[in-house]
Design a protein around this ligand. Structure first.
Ligand code: SF4
Ligand code: SF4
Length: 290
């Protein structure tokens, strides 16, 4: 079976084979294996929200591992290479378009996809060729994502990574104070600059996994174990979950989480302590204004 067909049979669609040399990579073939996820819904507003990208990417990760094993058993030289930078390749691929929000778009799907990469010396039956230089952005005069971003990370002069919420979530460092109140109920992921984009299908309901904030605050080790298959073991670390949950508790003033936050304000992790103390201050300031 052709390697693209094998990847499709493993659940990926579309599957695009690139010539490694065109991508300036030392492989005969670079196989881009896409998974798409439900795009037409708004984030859930209750509990700590997990953007649907993360569960989709974990499923794709497992499917790619199984595909790699199958190729290995069949003597096909293709291995996973998650270190390959995809955005420069997407910018030269005719099928994809790019936006000011730094995301790439597939026709009919929009930006709601994840890609696993396998590369090696096995040939594909058919290749898609890259253009020699990047394509222009698709945005024209549109500024919707600039206006929708809650932290001003998308500007007329480009994307400011340090202002993007996703850059800080479950990252292990204290989140800059000016960004904390914008976390809302986002445990991981932010959808604002995708949902507003006219190149994505409009939302028709609520979507995404949510987990109780009280559980994250009181049992972060258990939460890490249970969330690992959904968001990956690199992100599902107890202190990081507790630290992010503290910020969400600071944004959810009305839930009775004060006791858990007080305990976490003396946590051994400096990040957890800092976030818990900030949340307690937010809640105290909120009750002063009631
Ligand atoms: S993911 Fe959220 S915070 Fe980051 S640029 Fe998009 S809207 Fe702004
Ligand atoms: S919302 Fe508008 S400016 Fe932003 S990526 Fe989409 S088309 Fe481009």
């Amino acid at each position: 079976m052709d390697i693209c067909e094998a990847a499709r049979a493993a659940g990926f669609d579309p599957v695009i084979a690139l010539v490694g040399a065109e991508a300036e990579l030392p492989y005969a073939t670079v196989l881009l294996c896409f998974v798409t996820y439900e795009a037409e819904k708004e984030p859930s507003r209750q509990g700590a929200w997990i953007h649907p990208y993360y569960p989709a990417s974990q499923l794709a990760y497992r499917a790619a591992a199984a595909l790699e094993e199958r190729f290995r058993q069949d003597g096909i030289d293709l291995r996973r290479h998650n270190e390959i930078r995809l955005k420069p390749l997407f910018a030269r691929l005719g099928q994809l378009r790019q936006g000011k929000n730094t995301l790439s778009y597939l026709p009919g799907v929009g930006s709601r996809f994840h890609v696993q990469v396998l590369a090696g010396n096995a040939p594909a039956a058919e290749y898609t060729h890259l253009s020699p230089s990047p394509k222009p952005l698709m945005c024209g005069d549109c500024r919707r994502c600039e206006q929708a971003c809650p932290t001003g990370a998308i500007t007329g002069r480009g994307f400011v990574r340090e202002r993007c919420l996703r850059n800080w979530q479950l990252g292990g460092a204290a989140v800059p104070e000016g960004l904390r109140a914008a976390m809302g109920n986002r445990l991981i992921g932010c959808d604002e600059c995708q949902r507003c984009c006219p190149h994505n299908p409009p939302p028709t309901g609520l979507a995404g996994e949510t987990v109780p904030l009280s559980w994250l605050l009181s049992s972060p080790k258990e939460a890490a174990q249970q969330l690992s298959p959904l968001i990956g073991s690199n992100l599902a670390l107890p202190n990081r979950l507790a630290a992010q949950a503290c910020l969400l508790a600071g944004c959810a003033e009305r839930e009775s989480l004060g006791e858990a936050l007080t305990a976490l304000a003396a946590h051994p992790s400096a990040q957890v302590r800092e976030h818990a103390r900030w949340a307690l201050k937010q809640r105290a300031a909120g009750s002063d204004h009631e």
